[in-house]
Design a protein around this ligand. Structure first.
Ligand code: EPU
Length: 426
């Protein structure tokens, strides 16, 4: 059922807000549970729809999933019963593609629907397919799906990524841990979620070195044992909340986060003149009389400035003095949402799909708008919090894919936000 958020903006906010578990770790941890017959416990899962869909996919594959706490589950997959990823679910969560490695290792065959592009870009899967071929699998592509077979199991290989890919790196890691021989990944992604995943795989018996660098070596083992995984704090959610505090000149403490994962953002915000204090697992934004300065940014793979924070930073720059360029080289559709900010009064010019200029400061005007994707969606919520008057954000369910019960958490820091379920008339 479609939902919308109704936000009455222009009010003071402040207080404390907690960060939940990282979506982009949780989804991969769930896939990793398929690698073993033994029980895997995952603690601290965020209550978001992408996680629920991934759990449904596991159940369809034959996993027994038991809820053991509010955010904790135990997964046991004695036998993998299906080798075809459910079409409807896997198309909704692109990250489900990381299940391919475990399924190939344990079943020797996997069928995945082509994930297709989405609003942030084309999102091909050629790197994954090339890697599986190098690891000895046969790939048959039809209009709507890929059938990948490795009846005698996968073998280790040298995988060089032409472009840094987070899910690509994770997919090869999950495929290589049970493969015969050694796999070497070069030009690997260095995201903290990958390091965290490799640490847990190590505890389950995998032999991986180099995670967090551009070269990762995986020596295949015969089998993995069960284990307990703790979901790390979501660095994108933490960065989102800190920028919300800065934009509203608020005294806001963002708790239960890992500030060490956001160095590029701190650097950027300092140069823009934002005032904030960083603790061991919290960040506090401090109100200031000075105005923010415009500072250009270019998104980059970790440890650079995260593309997932770009929409929120672009919004922040509408409130800073001067002109800056936002350069988004990673995804070709991720700046199109700036049209919606312009409709709300921002002064943004698109130079090409990868570049916009933002001139500020501008007053934002409340509007009725559609949320195009998770990160642009949260930026629109933040824009509506700043804009005086009532804004309506349609497609709220897209934001629920990545941010747990966002309206309840924002209300606690003073945001006037309601969720409305829309009835579809037949
Ligand atoms: N690419 C290819 N071929 C491939 C795979 C990727 O050309 O086979 C290209 C992409 O088109 C893109 C670049 O490589 O230009 C990097 O994409 P990457 O594979 O790193 O993206 P991803 O793994 O699909 C993850 C996150 C995204 C995040 C990006 C970049 C998950 C589930 N998703 O996507 O998160 O933006 O890395 O950091 O981990 C989000 O959370 O809202 C989100 C979109």
């Amino acid at each position: 059922m479609p939902h919308q958020f109704i936000i009455n903006g222009g009010k003071d906010i402040g207080g404390e807000i907690e960060v939940r578990g990282a979506k982009n770790f949780a989804l991969k941890a769930l896939a990793a549970a398929l690698l073993t017959k033994e029980e895997v416990v995952i603690r601290g899962l965020p209550k978001i729809s992408d996680v629920s869909i991934m759990i449904s996919l596991l159940e369809k594959m034959g996993s027994k999933v038991t809820r053991t706490g509010e955010r904790d589950i135990a997964i046991k997959t004695k036998e993998i019963k299906a080798m075809e990823l459910d079409r409807k679910h896997s198309r909704r969560v692109r990250a489900s593609i990381v299940m391919m490695g475990p399924l190939l290792s344990r079943k020797g065959e996997v069928v995945v629907p082509h994930p297709g592009g989405d609003l942030i870009g084309k999102r091909p899967i050629n790197f994954f397919i090339d890697a599986f071929r190098k690891m000895g699998a046969k790939v048959k592509k039809s209009d709507s799906q890929y059938r990948v077979t490795a009846k005698n199991g996968l073998k280790g290989a040298l995988i060089f990524f032409p472009k840094v890919s987070v899910t690509g790196t994770e997919t090869v890691i999950l495929a290589a841990v049970l493969a015969r021989g050694t796999t070497l990944i070069k030009n690997a992604a260095m995201e903290p979620e990958i390091v965290h995943l490799c640490n847990y795989l190590g505890q389950m018996g995998a032999r991986i070195s180099g995670a967090g660098t551009t070269t990762i070596e995986i020596q295949g083992v015969g089998e993995l044992k069960g284990g307990i995984m703790e979901v790390m704090p979501d660095r994108i959610e933490a960065g989102t909340f800190v920028m919300m505090g800065v934009m509203n000149n608020a005294d806001l403490t963002v708790k239960k986060c890992n500030p060490g994962h956001l160095e590029a953002l701190w650097e950027q915000l300092e140069r823009a003149g934002a005032k904030f204090e960083i603790g061991g697992n919290w960040v506090r934004t401090i109100p200031t009389k000075g105005r923010l300065r415009s500072v250009s940014v270019q998104t980059h793979e970790y440890p650079g400035f995260a593309t997932d924070l770009q929409p929120i930073y672009t919004l922040l720059m509408t409130q800073a003095s001067g002109i800056c360029v936002v350069h988004e080289p990673i995804f070709e559709g991720r700046l199109f949402f700036t049209d919606l900010l312009s409709r709300m009064g921002a002064s943004i010019i698109m130079c090409d799909p990868h570049r916009v200029t933002v001139k500020g400061p501008t007053n934002l005007i409340a509007k009725q708008i559609e949320s195009p994707d998770i990160r642009a969606g949260i930026a629109l919520i933040l824009a509506a919090i700043k804009a005086r008057g009532e804004s309506v954000i349609n497609n709220a369910e897209i934001i629920d894919r990545g941010y747990e019960k966002i309206e309840e958490r924002l209300r606690k820091i003073g945001v006037d936000i309601k969720r409305r379920k829309l009835k579809i008339s037949s």
